[in-house]
Design a protein around this ligand. Structure first.
Ligand code: GLV
Ligand code: MN
Ligand code: MN
Ligand code: MN
Length: 409
């Protein structure tokens, strides 16, 4: 077995600092199975292989790097890891920090002369952000059966490429993709380390927090349809412009959401068809993201926005349909695992998060926990996302401790 010398999180992260940079948007754009994301996957496979880990890409495109127990038995494996895809113009740490920290944690355990009595695996999940195909955590949803694979394979990106076509191009066989009970049955626990995506840790004087829960969240697509026409020859009174209805709705969403304490509602993506400066659009798809700890409140917010959308569409002579694209209920992480983390990390604050994660999908099947590393800007999904080197190293050591206490390695 070749084992490289120990690497810090900072040196692992700096090796990928140029991959997928997006000067036009700022930050990084690493859509699933793009050249940038495939390069990161190759980087991870090379780093894991150099450590003598047994690396496999499963039939769903999830990469697993195994540090086996002497028995070779993988039952009850402790899994850590995260994702390497990004939102458009995202930060450097959302996803890769969890992957680099997992590698550094393995290095730290080895440097301490530890060997696992139960297998450890580092997992890398594809399309966590849902930036390319619209559904977040697609890899873990397929693995767990949370999304029927037929629906996932039929999803299209902005170029009209299906997830099936892109998966095949990435070397997978779509006919063999789908829920994987056998793999799930091997997993004893999942612990995802992630950059904190809000301001929770900033004033607490601690580099790492324990995750308690993930806010329920979902995505809806509101498709406004009107009459495509000429920008110069169509009088204002003759128009049925779906973008006018959509724009009015977007302006009213903050007011609607603010009436529900704790609700967050966002439109970050508009797709006008055909999208020409001198063309009145015939249709526009408005992607709505709504989050709240109480799933009933999320449903109420969406219902109010939908009713308002119908009214505004009617006023413009347009129609609107609302389609739920994905829905993830609020997740509380495994209480027993969390209690053990609280004992192992007595100084770490306990925080919930408004961001979605593969951990939230896996939590329905296996004991799951999260660790958050301080982000001094409090900004995420943007280039200002940041982690100080010292906090990144502290995070990896905490992860190593957690793996150790979980495994008795
Ligand atoms: C993904 O990071 C999300 O929370 O939307
Ligand atoms: Mn993430
Ligand atoms: Mn993210
Ligand atoms: Mn996420």
């Amino acid at each position: 077995m070749t084992v490289t010398s120990r690497k810090s999180v900072t040196s692992l992260m700096s090796a990928i600092a140029e991959t997928g940079r997006d000067p036009a948007r700022g930050g990084y754009s690493r859509p699933v199975y793009s050249t940038a994301e495939l390069d990161l996957r190759s980087w991870f496979i090379a780093e894991a292989s150099a450590r003598g880990l047994d690396v496999e890409t499963d039939r769903n495109g999830i990469i697993w790097a195994w540090w086996d127990a002497p028995s070779g038995d993988r039952t009850g494996a402790i899994v850590t890891g995260s994702h390497l895809d990004s939102v458009p113009g995202g930060g450097a740490f959302d996803g890769p920090l969890g992957v680099a920290s997992a590698l550094a944690a393995v290095d730290a355990l080895r440097a301490q002369g530890r060997r696992p009595e139960r297998a450890i695996a580092i997992a890398v999940f594809p399309e966590e952000e849902g930036s390319r195909f619209g559904i977040a955590c697609l890899g873990s949803r397929i693995l767990t059966g949370a999304m029927p694979v037929e629906r996932a394979l039929a999803l299209k990106d902005d170029d009209g490429t299906t997830f099936a076509e892109l998966s095949a191009k990435a070397g997978l066989d779509p006919a063999h993709m789908g829920a994987d009970r056998e793999r799930l049955g091997q997993l004893g626990a999942f612990i995802e380390l992630h950059v904190e995506q809000g301001r929770g840790l900033i004033d607490l004087g601690q580099p790492v927090a324990i995750g308690s829960s993930i806010l329920g969240h979902g995505r809806w697509r509101l498709s406004f349809t009107g009459q495509g026409n000429h920008a110069g020859t169509t009088l204002m009174r003759d128009r049925r412009d779906p973008l006018v209805a959509a724009g009015a709705l977007i302006g009213q969403i903050p007011g609607i959401a603010s009436r529900f304490d704790g609700a967050r509602a966002t439109v970050g993506r508009l797709q006008p068809v055909p999208g020409g400066t001198n063309v009145i659009a015939s249709r526009v798809d408005v992607w709505l993201d709504v989050r709240h700890p109480d799933d009933d409140v999320t449903a109420q917010v969406v219902a109010e926005i939908s009713t308002r959308a119908e009214l505004l569409a009617f006023e413009q002579g347009c129609t609107v349909t609302v389609r739920e694209e994905s829905l993830s209920p609020t997740v509380s992480f495994d209480s027993d695992l969390r209690r053990r983390l609280e004992v192992a990390l007595p100084d770490a604050p306990v925080l919930d998060t408004g961001a979605g994660h593969d951990a939230g999908i896996l939590a329905a099947h296996i004991p799951t926990a999260m660790l958050f590393v301080r982000n001094p800007t409090g900004v995420s999904h943007a280039q200002e996302e940041h982690v100080e080197d010292a906090d990144a190293e502290a995070g990896a050591l905490v992860l190593a401790d957690v793996l150790m206490s979980e495994l008795g390695v």
